[in-house]
Ligand binder design. Structure first.
Ligand SMILES: O=C(O)c1cccc(C(=O)CC[C@H]2O[C@@H](n3cnc4c(=O)[nH]cnc43)[C@H](O)[C@@H]2O)c1
Length: 252
């Protein structure tokens, strides 16, 4: 099995050092993947981006994959990358996200202290009940909040507005003030929302691998205003976060 597992990555030139622990970074789309690769290349100047194998890229001990939009795609892509790749020390869900007003301005970065699937539960007469309350598991994947704070602090030192806070995963982009308020009632202190974190983090935690989530803010959570999205600004912040990640994780 080991030979088979390494075969695919080794053949692609992505396997770098069999004994080392690697970091898997899972994004939704290629533009986010490429921003992460640019940042990692700045942090690891002696490295080059390994041979492309479909959506996979490798920089040093970082494997970066564009896994698709939404929690199911993120979970499936993460599970496949874990099954087919080298030993991983961290799985990082990274990409753009929406910032809750007053918590995370456009262009800032939020590093997850916990990753919450904020619509995983049931509507009841008393309001939303999460799966934990229903007795069916957990809507939350915990992260190393100390590491999240360390990455946020390193980003602030680098001149990036950054915070460590809960990050929500949803299958639907919030489009109203009412929904934004309801989400904050469910998860007080949430600073950002996106669509992949819980999927990637659950796949990682099922394999005993520590999960992280990094969201660079492209828009405000609330009424849909496509013209107000600043995806370019968010990708620039995502690149800066990726450039600092190896120092914070002490993995290059
Ligand atoms: O239809 C729109 O208004 C619209 C415009 C641009 C992008 C979208 C998306 O659905 C992007 C989803 C994609 O980006 C992440 N993301 C970014 N901002 C948010 C958000 O406020 N809430 C949830 N996800 C967001 C997400 O992780 C996806 O990968 C729609």
């Amino acid at each position: 099995m080991k030979q088979k597992k390494e075969g695919r990555l080794a053949a692609s030139g992505l396997l770098h050092n069999e004994g080392a622990s690697y970091v898997l970074v899972v994004t939704a789309v290629e533009a986010e993947r490429d921003a992460v690769v640019r940042g990692l290349l700045k942090a690891c100047p002696k490295e080059t981006c390994g041979e492309a194998e479909g959506p996979l890229r490798r920089v040093g001990r970082y494997i970066v994959v564009a896994g698709g939009v939404g929690p199911a795609a993120a979970a499936a892509s993460t599970a496949l990358a874990i099954a087919g790749g080298p030993a991983l020390r961290h799985v990082v869900s990274a990409g753009i996200g929406g910032g809750f007003p007053g918590a995370a301005p456009i262009g800032s970065v939020v590093v997850a202290t916990e990753i919450v699937s904020a619509d995983l539960g049931a509507e009841t007469a008393q309001g939303f009940a999460c799966v934990d309350e229903l007795g069916f598991g957990s809507w939350r994947v915990r992260t190393d909040s100390g590491r999240a704070e360390a990455l946020a602090a390193a980003l602030r030192q680098d001149g990036v507005i950054a915070s460590a806070a809960p990050v929500l995963t949803l299958s639907t982009v919030t489009g109203s003030t009412e929904t934004a308020a309801e989400l904050l009632r469910r998860v007080p202190g949430a600073a950002a929302e996106a669509m992949e974190g819980y999927g990637a983090a659950l796949a990682a935690s099922m394999q005993g691998i520590e999960a992280m989530e990094i969201r660079a803010i492209s828009n405000a959570v609330g009424p849909r205003d496509r013209d107000a999205w600043r995806i370019g600004d968010a990708l620039a912040s995502l690149e800066r976060a990726a450039a600092i990640l190896p120092e914070v994780l002490n993995i290059r």
